[in-house]
Design a protein around this ligand. Sequence first.
Ligand code: CP
Length: 311
Amino acid sequence: MKWLHKDLLDVTQLSKSEAMSLFDTAAHFQEINQRPVKKVPTLKGRSVVLFFAEPSTRTKVSFDVAAKRLSADSFSLSKSMSSLTKGETLKDTVLTLQAMAPDCIVLRHWSSGASKFIADRLDCAVINAGDGRHAHPTQALLDSFTMFQEWGDLTGKTVLILGDIKHSRVARSNVILLNKLGVNVRMCAPRTLLPHTVRSWPCEVYSDLSEAVKGVNAVMCLRLQLERQKDGLLPNLREYAQTFGLSQRHIDLADKDVRIMHPGPMNRGVEISSDLADSAQSLVLDQVANGVSMRMALLFLYMTRKGMEEE
Ligand code: CP
């Protein structure tokens, strides 16, 4: 199989069979991640630039770990250490990076559409590591991969996405990908934290968490993105936590084998109780571990445009 895409800008670009192929490739690398020596020569001699113009722990470190485990050379650049702070434009910055001949640029940027803007101007692969409120495709892929590892086929499962949907690129990418995979998606948030387009999204929308959670197979809590809220969308945090924070009384209404997910970073005691975050039903750290395997799969496919069987 040849991987047909130059760039990963959003999950809208992927078919269900391409997503399944990514799961298979990630599962292959997951086995490598369980070995005592977690390194293979697959991408030896290739290089990737990790350009993170917004803060990140999980995405940045897992891409770096993924690149190193595949023997690629990885180079990191942050906004504060780049010449963006001296007024250089994004276009000049990425053309400068491309002149050093990397095979891939992984970009996180505060502006929706930044990844497409650079992908249209660069010959190397571009992977979107989160752009504004628009998309976070690698997070959605690792989330679905985590569910796939738990359940196998996701068809007919019901997943509730809970919290600050308005500001969440994770919610947007997840609803699209889960839909492609045959999952029934529910959303629950206060009206002020729903995007005005949500009625056209392929999901059911709830305002009562006790109703929304009934019978679901997984709850994906979202971080309340206080840094993106400038217009007093919530009366106060305590009221939000009491009404929309996930706690045991909600979990008692879900499927008995319900799984709890969160892309991180978590506001414990706000969108999720600390007990649930650390509970046996929580997949939060599995998501992080699976993020390394999924990003190894993505770097491999986008940097070689080959399938596993050609290796
Ligand atoms: N989930 C996620 O994108 O986390 P980071 O911001 O830590 O990368």
